[in-house]
Design a protein around this ligand. Sequence first.
Ligand code: TNX
Length: 502
Amino acid sequence: SFLTLVGCSGYKRATSGAKQTDTSINIIPKPANLNVTGGMYKLPRKNSICYNSEAASSAPWLQQILEAAQLHSEIKNVTGCGNWNLSVDKELMSQLGEEGYILDITSKGVNIKSAGTAGLFYGIQSIRQLLPSEIESEQLISGRIALPQLHIEDAPKYSWRGSMIDVARSFFGKEYILKHIDRMALYKLNRLHLHLTDDQGWRIELKSKPRLSEIGGKSSVVNAQSGFITQQEYIEIQEYALARNIVVIPEIDMPGHIYTALVAYPELNCEDLTNINTEVATPPQLYSKYKVGWSKLCLDKPEVYEFVSEILGELATLTKGPWLHIGGDEIKDPLYEEFIKKAEAIVNQNGKIAIGWEEATKADISNSFIGQRWNGKTTSKTSIKVIESICSSFYFDHGNVTGQPNTNNWCKKTGVSLEEVYSFISEDTNVLGFEAPVWTELVTTEAMLDNRFWPRTIAVAEISWSDTKRDFLEFTKRLKTHEARLKAMGINYFASPELEWK
Ligand code: TNX
């Protein structure tokens, strides 16, 4: 029967006779193995969700989406009793990893199995996409809901499926970040990188250096929001994210891109101010324009290392995930490499793994350091793991189309189209996955930010998860069916001409 999983050959290969593509199933990212078994399963008004103990935290997620579909359900800590069954089965680990899942929809009901709760969460996201888009806005649904009978065995290709918000140039606070986390979760993204500091703003409260956010929280680029995230909010954001299998990666950009800290703590600057081009900024005034690569910590001052130890130590204590991003981009200094090496050591002493923009991998860093590629100009040791954010395919501050207003184009004149994102194929075996940043020098409202992220972030999700052959036309057909869902979620997506969206 469908419920018997014996004979399934593992998620990488199709089970024999499996229909790999059925155009009526529009799940994004595309599942590794999808077998449409035929017929529909009509959902009853009254449902029961049964689960084994390890799956306890997953049942409420399912109950919540059924409720949004106006379907009542009760949850029971018993295995195999309901028309919905959730189970954690550790034995599946070798086949599916922590994030993989097996989903069966038969004439009797729906079963999801996984080696852990992350996989169950993703199985539930697949169900969410099979339910009417009205569930996203809790609109009334008329008539009975039916799900296609199918068998899915699914697991991600990459462990790093990321999105980055530059909250430093323009501030976007807790409310937007939580919304973004919800949207990421629907597409099985699992890493949220927050670019928290830059020349134009400092967005995280650190009690050891309170003036950073007191002063740096008051500036931004012209006509944008300023502000900062309190420690309490930072904790809440991370908990909200973790419940959705998303790890938050905080970035303190150093030793360049640091002007707000120099204004707050002038002793971090070189005494003679030679490193500040006073035609760019005049300390102690805050900065609200767009130049990069002109400010830096005074790297031969011992105070600088005390400062870095204090703030990274405090940030490590507040951070739930294993990574701290130390920036390291766009700066020239004879002591740069030594600084990066010391900063990494501080991160490691605080029990975290350091990440830096690709320039940082020129330094004598450890093998656990992760480099984030953006312009592809740095060659690092072959052992260094990489987050792929090459600007020509992943810089969403660039236009969706040529000449889109308020977009950068220094990396790619014609912008970064949806097809450009979707078509990116990595041959680098050190790549952990993909991450698309939105830099916000020119993005000053939530509507603009939505428009940079969506729908391109959906293409990032698909290529980070799915190992299938790229077929842009097939992808756009599936994506088009998501339009109503994006609308129901209130996303101001870019109506890409590549999809002929209205
Ligand atoms: C380069 S990419 C930067 C950012 C800018 C971005 C604008 C990188 C590590 N640094 O500071 O915001 O270009 O596209």
